[in-house]
Unconditional design. Structure first.
Length: 315
């Protein structure tokens, strides 16, 4: 019986809705090849039962999983890694070298998120973070190729959203697992014009030039599709890349214009809403006000990330 939160994408790929915040907001990808499996991003602790249920429903035992691969260590992508690993006796964690220590000891990761979200939201949304035995954690490197039952997965370093971010190339489908590097594309905004997406500048390591370079590296592979944690597979990659980079420039211009504004945070949020409203209308979204309500969290986090970048001395 098919699970309502699992969608088959073909070529041994499944997208699992982790249930974080709202439906079709946060994904974990399950890749199956020759009876072996890998999870790419896990969602939070509260997603782990869904991930294990998906495995069982697809006829795989927990010891069939070889890899758990967070694209980066933000908690909506990697918060459930430690808990999930407790149920996967054969799996290794493949993580960006800057994120490896946080998978082994997540205390600093927790404190950083606590400063952004507060104690009540941390407990409600993420729960207690669990570390992974260091012997089961493997740091990736730019250009590393790892095989899943002979299916090659290639890693590249993709800073910009975060310095601890890598993306994973699947040659079989000519697609990248992009985490947050290729932005956010919610299915709520699909129209006859196709998918829409927006950049994400979540605090604290947003770096617009680095992000632009990372996106350009992704495009060099001439991908046919992108697998976004928020949310699912998107095609029409070149159009979406142009949309992403244009909006990145608009966000940077907004930040520079408001750098010294009084009540800067509120001004950045208002400017971000205007930017996204114009883009939603252009894309053919009928209820722009409802769309902006769905984007409220992203507007808040983008304003915070933009402010951190504006105040960074080396910028």
């Amino acid at each position: 019986m098919a699970l309502p939160f699992v969608q088959a994408l073909g070529d041994g790929l499944h997208v699992i809705d982790t249930g974080f915040h709202r439906p079709l907001f946060d994904a974990s990808f399950l890749m199956i090849e020759g009876g072996r499996a890998a999870f790419i991003d896990t969602g939070t602790n509260f997603a782990v039962p869904r991930l294990l249920q998906a495995l069982d429903d697809l006829g795989l035992a927990p010891d069939a999983v070889d890899y758990v691969i967070p694209t980066h260590v933000h908690l909506d992508h990697a918060g459930g890694v430690g808990l999930l690993m407790q149920s996967l006796p054969q799996a290794s964690v493949l993580v960006h070298p800057r994120g490896a220590r946080h998978m082994i000891d997540p205390s600093a990761l927790y404190e950083g998120a606590l400063a952004v979200y507060g104690a009540e939201e941390m407990q409600r949304a993420y729960g207690k973070l669990i570390g992974v035995d260091a012997a089961r954690v493997r740091a990736t490197s730019d250009g590393l190729v790892v095989g899943l039952a002979g299916r090659p997965l290639r890693f590249i370093d993709t800073p910009g959203h975060a310095r601890h971010h890598h993306c994973i190339w699947d040659e079989r489908t000519r697609g990248w697992f992009t985490g947050d590097t290729f932005g956010l594309s919610y299915r709520d905004f699909d129209t006859t014009n196709g998918a829409w997406l927006l950049p994400t500048s979540t605090p604290v390591q947003f770096d617009p030039p680095a992000l632009r370079h990372s996106v350009q590296r992704l495009l060099q592979a001439e991908p046919q599709c992108m697998y976004l944690t928020h949310y699912g597979r998107v095609d029409d990659v070149r159009r979406l890349a142009g949309l992403l980079l244009d909006q990145l420039d608009e966000m940077v211009a907004l930040g520079l214009r408001l750098r010294d504004a009084p009540d800067r945070h509120q001004a950045l949020k208002a400017g971000m809403r205007e930017l996204f409203a114009a883009r939603l209308r252009q894309h053919g979204v009928e209820d722009v006000a409802a769309g902006l309500e769905l984007l409220a969290l992203d507007v808040e986090l983008n304003a915070q990330g933009l402010a951190v970048w504006l105040d960074r001395p080396e910028r």
